[in-house]
Design a protein around this ligand. Structure first.
Ligand code: TPP
Ligand code: MG
Length: 350
């Protein structure tokens, strides 16, 4: 673990022109990853509470269990420079991208203060400021959007000769989505043009109630990259350090013009497909197996074992993030509704 953290901090230090990784920097990276995952988990738990109390409406898809993927990949990106495209399971990607919890929660409550002005709701979070290209309700819909962003980086650099145009885009999507045509079309174009993009598959074994192995001829998704001559890599999606390291390799490849990567993260969603799903199809043994590999618990154990954090320090972070989420709920509940007279506003760009 110390080695992986040292690699991560080494990147930061190289940028700052320093030499050996200092212990405090190792600690900083470890705690940043921990805090980001805790915020995601607490936020989602609060959403479930609000939904079941009848305060939140529509379909709401939670991310519990998959936090190491969002945190690991997004922490390898450059904030407000690189881009991310999500799915309907998008709250935690938005938080990892730095969209304030208040704005995300207000969006879920349909308020004007939400990141999509209350017009998008849970499945359509968007923030230009934070380089979040959106959540999308149709599966696979975000992949070509991400491809377009990656194309524009490459075009800016190669055709318009703008050397600062080196942004990388990460497209997140699920295992079920990899049986959709847009996935294959976009992989082909990305490799053909060596676009700076990460195709991040969050393989949580299920597409609503369809088990991945029952629906997919070759369940090892990362191997599909080979059909396009692309690099494909499989990573333990419950291990945030492993995800971060794999994402960093892919980001380096993309930014240096070597092209895309298909990164398959093996993970699990703890809750039903959406909050309307009673989750009766998956067996308890399977759920237990993955619960024991919880990404937040795993990182906490490592941080404590390597003397990078005390249990008290981690508990304090838990409390701070819990308070951030409680504040977001208060803010969202008090925020004004959009005006009926503004019904058609934001349909077109202003
Ligand atoms: C084009 C399209 N077809 C069907 C659906 C219905 N649908 C919603 S979620 C889903 C399963 C997606 O599973 P996966 O890609 O594994 O993502 P996960 O929900 O596991 O994150 C399907 C088929 C849809 N939203 N869009
Ligand atoms: Mg899935």
């Amino acid at each position: 673990m110390v080695q992986e953290l040292a690699e991560a901090t080494g990147d930061q230090q190289r940028e700052a022109g320093q030499q050996a990784p200092a212990w405090t920097l190792l600690q900083d990276v470890g705690l940043t990853l921990y805090r980001d995952m805790v915020l995601g988990r607490r936020f989602e738990d609060k959403c479930a509470e609000m939904y079941y109390r009848g305060k939140m409406f529509g379909f709401v898809h939670l991310y519990n269990g998959q936090e190491a993927v969002s945190t690991g990949v997004i922490q390898a990106l450059q904030r407000k420079h690189d881009w991310v495209c999500s799915t309907y399971r998008d709250h935690v990607h938005a938080l990892s991208m730095g969209v304030p919890a208040r704005q995300v929660m207000a969006e879920l409550f349909g308020k004007e203060a939400g990141c999509s002005k209350g017009r998008g709701g849970s499945m359509h979070l968007f923030s230009r400021e934070h380089h979040l290209l959106g959540g999308y309700a149709f599966i696979g819909e975000g992949i070509p959007v991400a491809l377009g962003a990656a194309f524009s980086s490459r075009y800016g650099r190669d055709v318009l000769k703008d050397t600062s145009s080196d942004a990388v885009t990460a497209a997140f999507f699920g295992d079920g989505t990899c049986n959709n045509g847009q996935f294959f079309e976009c992989l082909n174009m990305a490799q053909l043009w060596k676009l700076p993009i990460l195709f991040v598959v969050e393989n949580n074994k299920w597409a609503i109630g369809m088990a991945h192995d029952r629906a997919t001829s070759n369940p090892e998704i990362y191997r599909k990259a080979a059909a396009f001559g692309m690099v494909g890599e499989e990573v333990d999606g419950m291990d945030v350090l492993a995800v971060r390291a794999a994402a960093q390799r892919a980001v380096d490849r993309a930014r240096s013009g070597k092209g895309p990567t298909l990164l398959e993260c093996l993970t699990y969603r703890y809750r039903g497909h959406s909050l309307a799903d009673p989750d009766e199809l998956r067996d308890a043994q399977e759920k237990d197996f993955w619960a024991q590999r919880d990404p937040i618990m795993a990182l906490a154990t490592q941080l404590i074992r390597h003397d990078l954090a005390s249990p008290e320090r981690l508990a304090a972070i838990d409390k701070e993030e819990e308070a951030r989420v409680a504040d977001a709920v208060e803010f969202a509940l008090a925020a004004p509704e959009p005006q009926p007279s503004d019904l058609k506003r934001y349909i077109w760009a202003e």
